[in-house]
Write a protein that binds this ligand. Structure first.
Ligand code: 6MZ
Length: 345
């Protein structure tokens, strides 16, 4: 086999830190979920896939389609399993999934969380080469009461499953509510040992960006509108890693071209950055594709890509021993790739 960039990236052990479960359904997964719910093929998958640029708000409408299909614990379990299988097929060896506990007429939030956790446990034996964790999401669109419930579920299940539940995410339409509304919930999670991976700076709101950066977090999702020197200093001083989702940002219209993406600036400044998919089903991408785009756009060599993978492990919420294990896989791959004399630029 002639080694080339595609093969190199596809085979590289990869680390995914920003993936929403209900945004990560392939068309095959939608088919399976539709069969489960309706006994028929999925209709109107274009309601879910984003083929053209939209604004961020329209982008959020896309998730309704997946949510309609995942309204029972069985469907949540099936969806989660398919997502883990798809990441495994892309040679992702460490995966932090995030998802918003959702109550429907057929399911409680607690059943939702258990369906995801049970599936993660089941997949440990079926797919032993991928390690999967869960970050519990809070959706900004929902009530504070709902956010409190999600925070409490995160704490409860982190105690019961400390190897799986590792953090809390704040996501959803960034135009909804004030960050300060969520601070007490996030503080409580942090004080009880959970990590924070919060969406921040997806829209232009300098007051909120500043207060979020001062509040601090372990990782920040998107950060498109983090622009001023003060903000970059806060990011640096508070040691906040940046999750960059190239295609998501392009298709949601918050960056004009890949080349304009803020990954370039932060990477150049040596800031911890991680390439992520966000919602690979909605944005029709894979982690390998995103790394390929990053490599092409920002002239990253094979060494740079390996370094990015190592950086992703560093920024992950895995334990020390788990990080060592994943590092071992990347080291072994890097050695074999040297043997291949893979030069991708
Ligand atoms: C903000 C996003 C998002 O939780 O039902 N979500 N929130 N920005 C984004 N960038 C485009 N992509 C996804 O997965 C879907 C939910 O994740 C959040 C939204 O709240 C969406 O409803 P779960 O598994």
């Amino acid at each position: 086999m002639k080694p080339n960039k595609e093969v190199f990236i596809k085979q590289m052990p990869k680390v995914e830190l920003h993936a929403h479960i209900n945004g990560s359904f392939s068309n095959e997964t939608l088919e399976k979920l539709s069969q489960l719910k309706h006994g028929t093929s999925a209709k109107d998958t274009e309601k879910y896939n984003l083929f053209t640029k939209l604004d961020l708000h329209d982008g959020f409408e896309k998730f309704k389609y997946a949510h309609e299909l995942t309204d029972t614990p069985e469907a949540v379990a099936l969806g989660t399993e398919c997502v883990i299988r798809d990441f495994n097929d892309d040679n992702v060896v460490y995966l932090e999934l995030r998802s918003t506990p959702r109550a429907t007429p057929k399911m409680t939030k607690e059943q939702y969380v258990m369906a995801v956790i049970d599936t993660i446990i089941k997949m440990k034996t079926e797919l032993p080469s991928i390690m999967v964790k869960l970050i519990v999401s809070i959706n900004r669109r929902e009530s504070i009461e709902s956010a409190e419930e999600n925070g409490a579920l995160a704490l409860k299940y982190a105690k019961l499953y400390p190897d799986i539940v590792c953090g809390v995410d704040l996501s959803g339409d960034p135009a909804c509510k004030e960050f300060s509304d969520f601070e007490p919930i996030l503080n409580k999670a942090r004080e009880n040992g959970l990590k924070l991976a919060l969406h921040c700076g997806e829209i232009e709101n300098q007051v909120e960006i500043s207060s979020m950066l001062k509040f601090g977090m372990n990782r920040l999702g998107h950060g498109t509108y983090i622009k001023g020197d003060n903000e970059e200093t806060l990011l640096k001083n508070n040691d906040i890693a940046l999750e960059c989702c190239l295609t998501s940002n392009l298709l949601c219209g918050v960056v004009k071209t890949y080349s304009d993406h803020h990954f370039r600036r932060f990477y150049k400044n040596g800031h911890p950055v991680v390439i992520c998919t966000d919602d690979f089903g909605v944005f029709s991408t894979t982690l390998s594709t995103e790394l390929h785009i990053a490599s092409d756009t920002f002239s990253l060599s094979s060494d740079d890509l390996i370094k990015l993978s190592r950086m992703a492990i560093h920024c992950s919420f895995a334990s020390h021993d788990e990080k060592q294990l994943i590092h071992g896989k990347i080291d072994a791959y890097a050695k074999s790739a040297v043997g291949f004399k893979v030069k991708i630029h």
